[in-house]
Design a protein around this ligand. Structure first.
Ligand SMILES: [Fe+2]
Ligand SMILES: [Fe+2]
Length: 465
């Protein structure tokens, strides 16, 4: 691939003039959006970034200094599997769809638009963070995540332009018009309208909200609509780094806090107390759970039946791919009480995916708690019960404590400031956010990383200021 091609790709764009023209028309609007809504204050700086130049586990990325507006946002799909078949649902075993199945056109467009909308939204949420980075290493990771979310937008826009004709083009334009947190034209999903204006938010966001992305993309990577499956498979390669940033970022905050706890009062020493870290976990975990959709969902059933959205690791984890004759029991609120309800498994697939996600999040918590254990601390961080603080699905409109017990609204409000970040907590965290930009230096509230990027040391000049 030519890194300096206008739109680097492995989809033979040069042979599809109509699509190429459409994307080249969208490109300047995208660059305008990036300049207006991308990282503020650093657009002309050289950043040591990886750029996707191919697919495959080896050598898919090129590392070099680049100014972000010059980043090559390419279109890369995993190579097709010869003779691929729909892997689940009612069309199991039939050839995969190369075109959008007519009766699911609207639903599929909605899935792609919703996924696509999250990508620029997160760039908008994070656009001020470069100004308060705890180190150059962290600043570079932030920008890496940002440019790759930009590429993920490209990935979805390619599908809209390539497979949905006129309305696909309109949707691609609208993706550049909505704005995170704007009351008149907000982003589609609520987690993507929440402010992400300090680095503790950023690490919690990349840990929990990017991880929702991993599970959505994994389910779509199983799709019988082949271009979507292959697109999402490659996006997952990049997504792994985003979660690494969040997971290790929070781990480094925990490590530093533990050091300060041994020295004295964490606040007086300018660190972030564990209680505040816990509240940020509660906040972002609960908002991220909402992204999976309702616990009981006829859409999830329809998408699975049609072979469009599978279960997590559908091919490697399951032997029976119809999911037609099983049931799933979940707790629902009935007559003011939590009661078990049995529903057809196909209607519970959002909940099933959410459960896989929770298991994955727990591994992160175990890593952070290991840091506390090794430092000889008795305190532990934890995930709240998935019913806590939900705004979507069965539990929305009810109140639960951190253990998932149904409680009154009054009780919830009495405890709100113990469970979720208060304005004072947020102000305190913000008060610690002073930029540290000398190579090899790090802010006081976070520990340095165990290693640098791609064999470079922590002291490397990841961003030339
Ligand atoms: Fe993404
Ligand atoms: Fe991401």
């Amino acid at each position: 691939m030519d890194l300096y091609e206008r739109i680097p790709n492995n989809v033979n764009l040069a042979n599809d003039k109509k699509l190429q023209r459409a994307l080249e028309k969208w490109l300047p609007n995208y660059i305008d959006w990036w300049r207006e809504m991308g990282p503020e204050g650093f657009q002309e700086k050289d950043v040591w970034l990886r750029t996707a130049v191919d697919v495959g586990s080896e050598g898919w990325a090129h590392f070099d200094y680049v100014k972000m507006p010059d980043y090559r946002w390419g279109i890369f799909l995993e190579p097709p599997v010869p003779d691929a078949k729909v892997g689940f649902g009612d069309n199991y075993g039939r050839p995969v769809y190369q075109e959008v199945p007519g009766e699911f056109r609207n639903a599929l467009r909605r899935i792609i638009v919703t996924q696509g909308d999250t990508e620029p939204a997160s760039v908008e949420q994070q656009r001020q963070l470069g100004k308060t980075c705890p180190s150059l290493y962290d600043m570079r990771n932030l920008f890496q995540v940002n440019v790759e979310e930009g590429r993920h937008l490209w990935a979805m826009v390619y599908l809209l332009h390539g497979y949905f004709g006129r309305d696909g083009r309109d949707e691609a334009d609208a993706l550049l018009e909505r704005r995170s947190g704007n009351p008149d034209k907000p982003r589609i999903l609520e987690a993507f309208n929440q402010p992400c204006d300090d680095w503790l938010n950023f690490f919690a966001f990349t840990m929990f909200t990017d991880r929702d992305g991993k599970y959505q993309l994994s389910a779509l990577a199983e799709s019988g609509f082949e271009p979507l499956a292959r697109t999402c498979q490659f996006m997952l390669t990049e997504e792994a780094h985003h979660m690494f940033v969040g997971d290790t970022g929070l781990g480094r905050v925990v490590r530093r806090t533990t050091q300060l706890m041994k020295e004295g009062d964490v606040r007086e020493l300018g660190g972030i107390p564990l209680e505040i870290i816990q509240k940020y976990i509660n906040f972002w975990f609960s908002y991220s759970l909402d992204l999976f959709g309702g616990e009981i969902s006829s859409n999830s059933s329809d998408f699975f039946a049609a072979g469009l959205k599978g279960r997590y690791k559908e091919q490697s984890q399951y032997t029976e791919h119809s999911a037609a004759n099983e049931n799933f029991t979940m707790m629902v609120v009935e007559d003011g009480q939590l009661k078990p309800r049995e529903v057809p498994l196909r209607n519970a697939l959002n909940e099933l995916l959410r459960t896989e996600y929770v298991k994955d999040c727990e591994k992160g918590l175990a890593r952070w708690n290991k840091i506390l254990t090794e430092a000889g601390m008795g305190e532990r961080l934890y995930l709240p019960n998935p019913r806590f603080h939900r705004h979507v699905g069965e539990y929305a409109g009810h109140n639960f404590d951190l253990q998932g017990n149904l409680i009154s609204k009054e009780t919830f409000e009495q405890h709100r400031s113990e469970w979720l970040p208060t304005i004072e907590d947020r102000e305190y965290v913000r008060s610690l956010m002073h930029p540290v930009t000398a190579p090899g230096k790090i802010a006081n509230w976070i520990a340095p990383p165990a290693a640098g990027i791609k064999g470079k040391p922590f002291e490397f000049e990841y961003v030339r200021l």
